[in-house]
Write a protein that binds this ligand. Structure first.
Ligand code: GLC
Length: 481
């Protein structure tokens, strides 16, 4: 049995702000239990649901030297769906009303504490991982502490580390002096070939320098991050480590997202019944959301964090144009205020066509995936993207920009060969997006048979975790040797 430890800042079902939590919550379940014992470490946030907190049991506690203090570290655990989770408990660090959003400096201190606490806790919980699999900047110091601080100690000797990039935009950067003081790492680490990056200290960079292997969540993004445009200033380093970098596309949890067994749907459907049943979900949702009830109107769903990354400036620019067409747009999500207000505005202006649901609800999200005909996701960059995978499974054709995981998972419609599972455009340009949306409208309204064949192909795709989990297993085997 090989022991693998995931370390991350969030994980479903305990806490979620984005796709990272879905991956941390679903991938461990799909790693072969006959050969691997995968466990997960996340913080215990005060803002977790009571129901989740009540599942946690006390394991141990200790005091750790950190930021010139002797800091309390509690360790709790819970078993969820066969996977053992551990939680780092600290009232001082994890007390906020949201997981993130404190001052940048406190965020860095918080996750430096978390990274060190996880490593320090290992000898006390009777679990020695062969590989520690770290996710995003919050855990960037784990490979650093592992290699250096804990090197002399035989318990840690030989433990390998992996750093997975879910989003290169966030790196955990702050002034060298303050990060030095907080982390207790010596001057030696703060040079441009280690943690320093453009005069600042950079936690993700530390992880990328010291991890034994680096992965990201699609093969296209793995190539894109070697370029200036997508590299976020770390493309030089990533290029130097290209031999240790691989792209493994994310999957989704096929039991959670199954239109034939979805508990939120009044009219479940599958690859055979969708022609009759899917549309019933649409008319039901139109009635529920106060849109005009019309089974023939093309419905476009948008379920997303409302951030720049997801291409909302293109959408904002083209909303009036799109609303002059015979379509309906249903939005679910929260994020930057200007985009929240933009959608509220258009919902007010085009009440029968636009529904702006500026909150997150799992139930509504499932209903929108099922009800919509198309799903719009014109991202500026997209390491993988999970919603387009869910949309495909629900026979809802993605309209995407050809970047990162979107490019790898959505095959563009080819009218002449009758191929494709969605619609795509290549340049980050509002008119290109509009043309692409209108092309989809044309097929939907004028070539319904073609459209339905595309839905057949979309629903026949397999983006469950199986294949990707095998690739992670191969990597773990290779690292352990
Ligand atoms: C981040 C990325 C998204 C990816 C997810 C899970 O949220 O923005 O593209 O799917 O992480 O890896």
């Amino acid at each position: 049995m090989k022991n693998i430890l995931f370390v991350a800042s969030e994980g479903v079902p305990f806490i979620k702000t984005g796709g990272l939590a879905d991956v941390v919550g679903s991938l461990p379940k799909c790693i072969d239990k006959r050969y691997f014992d995968v466990r997960v470490f996340i913080p215990k946030y005060a803002c977790m649901k009571e129901e989740m907190k009540s599942k946690m049991k006390y394991v141990t506690h200790f005091y750790m030297d950190f930021n010139w203090r002797n800091e309390y570290v509690g360790v709790l655990s819970a078993v969820e769906d066969g996977i053992t989770y551990y939680f780092i408990d600290s009232e001082y660090y994890f007390n906020g009303s949201k997981p993130y959003g404190d001052s940048p400096l406190f965020e860095i201190e918080k996750y430096a504490y978390f990274s060190k606490a996880v490593l320090s806790a290992l000898p006390l919980i009777d679990f020695r991982p062969e590989v520690i699999h770290c996710h995003d900047w919050q855990t960037g110091l784990v490979p650093v502490y592992l290699r250096e601080r804990f090197q002399g100690n035989s318990f840690y000797k030989g433990i390998k580390s992996v750093m997975t990039i879910h989003n290169l935009k966030f790196q955990g950067r702050w002034s060298v002096n303050e990060v030095k003081a907080i982390t207790g790492l010596s001057d030696y680490f703060f040079t441009p070939d280690k943690l320093e990056s453009y005069k600042d200290a950079n936690l993700l960079k530390g992880g990328l320098v010291y991890a034994d292997a680096i992965t990201t969540v699609s093969s296209t993004y793995a190539k894109e991050i070697l370029t200036d445009f997508y590299g976020e200033g770390l493309n030089g380093l990533l290029g130097a480590r290209a031999n240790s970098l691989r792209g493994i596309v994310n999957g989704i949890d096929y039991t959670e997202f199954d239109p034939s067994k979805d508990k939120f749907l009044k009219y479940p459907f599958d690859a055979i019944t969708f022609r009759k049943e899917k549309v019933k979900n649409k008319t039901a949702l139109q009635a529920e959301l106060g849109l005009s009830v019309n089974p023939k109107a093309m419905m476009i769903g948008i379920i997303s964090r409302l951030t720049d990354q997801k291409g909302f400036d293109l959408i904002a620019y083209m909303m009036d144009e799109m609303c002059s067409d015979n379509i309906q747009i249903v939005v679910v999500g929260t994020g930057e205020e200007r985009y929240e207000n933009m959608f509220r505005h258009f919902a007010w202006k085009y009440g029968d066509k636009v529904s702006a649901n500026i909150y997150y609800s799992e139930e509504l999200a499932h209903k929108v995936y099922a009800a919509s005909d198309a799903f719009l996701m014109p991202s500026l960059f997209e390491p993988c993207g999970l919603s387009q995978l869910i949309a495909l499974r629900y026979g809802t054709l993605p309209i995407v920009r050809e970047t990162g995981g979107l490019k790898d998972t959505v095959e563009p419609y080819n009218e002449y060969e009758s191929k494709g599972t969605g619609f795509s455009f290549s340049n980050y340009n509002a008119h290109e997006m509009l043309n692409c949306v209108r092309n989809a409208e044309r097929i939907y309204y004028d070539k319904k048979r073609e459209w339905n064949k595309m839905v057949d192909r979309a629903m026949a795709q397999d983006f469950s975790w199986e294949k990707s989990a095998l690739k992670y297993q191969e990597m773990y085997d290779w690292l352990i040797g």
